[in-house]
Every structure is written in structure tokens, then in C-alpha cells.
Design a protein around this ligand. Structure first.
Ligand SMILES: NC(=O)c1ccc[n+]([C@@H]2O[C@H](COP(=O)([O-])OP(=O)(O)OC[C@H]3O[C@@H](n4cnc5c(N)ncnc54)[C@H](OP(=O)(O)O)[C@@H]3O)[C@@H](O)[C@H]2O)c1
Length: 253
């Protein structure tokens, strides 16, 4: 983790699960970010109690409201972040929030597909990155002395899943997850396009599979996943440290 030297980072879906775990580990780093923006639907609500307890102990933690399918909420969150950063850029945007529904090919519905897509593949990662936070990411890249792409400079990390891999088609016999799988496959494609579009601005874009984690979503596959949330996040932070030019546009485990 020593190499991850990030001045500011924003994590979506930060009130529980992997998002909360990332926030906690970032705050515990020997050299923590100056700003950790923990974005969630209702930072004052019951579901965000851990974040509420963390905030007084960590002046660098800012809990902000963000509903990733709502453009107005995204714009308001970007304005809050801009205000805190006072003219500097945002280094690392982690698009983590989302939902998974255990639905089979026979029972999948259009409503469900639209809802899951809105969170993973369209509104969330594209509005967040394309419209609202891109200027802040560009500013971070421009302010960096390094010519190399990295998470320390400016990066968008899209939390994907191995179940979105068309090549592997993992766990089909256990759980079909139709809309979830399709939305993650689309998210991987979006990541590729983001990498092509934003390379010139110095922004690294990578899709990451966190492993199968013992959280609500991982447990929904019907068996106990192998990784604790801490193991998954330690692994991901190590990967984030090592990301460079060759990794932009890729989908990594
Ligand atoms: N767990 C695994 O084994 C596993 C495996 C592969 C990939 N992943 C990926 O890792 C990421 C996190 O997974 P997880 O296991 O931590 O999931 P989780 O425990 O179900 O947490 C999901 C988070 O997303 C938030 N969220 C959902 N819809 C939202 C919306 N419209 N706007 C804002 N926030 C929203 C939830 O907020 P609320 O509390 O307000 O609902 C919650 O904070 C996801 O991208 C998932 O696909 C997980």
C-alpha cells in the first residue's frame, strides 16, 4: 500500500460492504489521503451509522449524499467535493455502488434490467465520470508532476465482477444474475471507452473485480465466498498501487 499516494478520493456506496471497507482502509493508511469523500444515499440515515461514527475521528473524511442514478444528486455531490478541494483536483474516483438481483433467464424483467443497468452501466459510472467529476479528475492530472498514468495522479476505478466476463461465465449453475452480469459486461466496455477517451487527459481507467467477498452481495450467490472484506480490499489497494499505462482499459482481478 506504500505506493498509493492519493491526495483525494471519492468512493460511492461507502456506507456498507466493500465501499465502507475501502474508506476504512484508506483512513488507516500510514499516509492517508488529505480528503476521503464517502458518498452514499443517506449519510445521516441508519444504514450509514459506521460512517457517522468515523467522521469525528477523521477530519479528512467527508460524508456526502449521492444517489448514483440521479443526475441532480450527482451534480450536487460534485459541487460539495469541489468546494472542499478548493481549486485542486480529485485523484481517484471509485465507482463501487450498485445492486445485484438474483434473477434467472426465465424470470428477468425489463424493470429490473433498467434499474440494475441504471446503477452500474449507465447513469452511475457515466454521469459520475463523464459529466460531474471529469473536470476535477482532469485538474488532478494537470496538477501532477508525473507523466505516467497512475491512481496517484488521476484514475477512475469501476468496480466490476468476474460474473460479467463473457469468456469465463463463472457460477452459471449456482446463480444466473442476468441483469447483473449484463450490466457488468457493459461496465467493462464503458471502462474501455473511458480509457480511450481520457488517456489524453492523463486519466487512468480500469475495471476491477474485488474477488468473491463475504458481504450481502457476495453471499447472494448461494455459497460462502472465500474472501473477507479486509482481504479483498488489501488486495485491491495493492493492485491500485501498481496500476500504470499498461492497465488502462483493462479488467483486472
Ligand atoms: N461482494 C462480492 O462478492 C462482489 C463480487 C464481485 C463484485 N462486487 C462488486 O463490488 C461492489 C460492492 O459490492 P458489495 O458486496 O459491497 O455490495 P453491497 O454490500 O450490496 O453494497 C452496495 C452499496 O451500493 C449502494 N447503492 C446501491 N444502489 C445505490 C444507488 N442507486 N445510489 C447510491 N448507492 C447505491 C448501497 O447503498 P444502500 O446501503 O443505501 O443500499 C451500498 O452502499 C459492487 O460493485 C459489486 O458488484 C462484489
Amino acid at each position: 500500500m506504500a505506493g498509493l499516494c492519493v491526495r483525494s478520493t471519492l468512493v460511492t456506496g461507502a456506507n456498507r460492504g466493500i465501499g465502507l471497507g475501502i474508506v476504512k482502509q484508506l483512513l488507516q493508511m500510514p499516509n492517508p489521503p488529505e480528503w476521503v469523500f464517502a458518498a452514499c444515499q443517506d449519510p445521516k440515515g441508519e444504514q450509514a451509522q459506521e460512517l457517522q461514527h468515523l467522521a469525528p475521528k477523521h477530519p479528512n473524511l467527508v460524508n456526502i449524499p449521492l444517489e448514483v442514478t440521479d443526475a441532480a444528486s450527482i451534480q450536487a455531490a460534485a459541487a460539495r467535493v469541489r468546494e472542499h478541494l478548493k481549486g485542486s483536483g480529485l485523484n481517484l474516483l471509485i465507482n463501487n455502488a450498485g445492486i445485484a438481483k438474483v434473477i434467472s433467464l426465465d424470470t428477468e424483467t425489463v424493470e429490473n434490467i433498467s434499474q440494475v443497468y441504471a446503477t452500474w452501466a449507465s447513469a452511475g459510472p457515466s454521469f459520475l465520470s463523464l459529466q460531474a467529476f471529469l473536470p476535477l479528475l482532469k485538474k488532478a492530472a494537470q496538477g501532477s508532476s508525473s507523466s505516467e498514468l497512475s491512481c496517484s495522479k488521476a484514475a477512475i476505478i469501476n468496480m466490476s465482477s468476474i460474473v460479467g466476463s463473457i469468456e469465463k461465465i463463472c457460477f452459471w449453475d449456482n446463480v444466473q444474475y442476468i441483469s447483473y452480469r449484463c450490466s457488468k459486461a457493459a461496465l467493462n466496455m464503458l471502462t474501455k471507452f473511458q480509457s480511450l477517451g481520457y488517456r489524453q487527459h492523463g486519466i487512468l481507467c480500469t475495471a476491477l473485480h474485488p474477488g468473491l467477498v463475504q458481504m450481502d452481495m457476495g453471499n447472494s450467490a448461494g455459497h460462502k465466498p472465500p474472501l473477507t472484506v479486509d482481504m479483498s480490499i488489501q488486495g485491491m489497494l495493492n493492485v491500485l498501487c501498481s496500476l500504470s499505462e499498461k492497465d488502462t482499459g483493462t479488467f483486472l482481478d
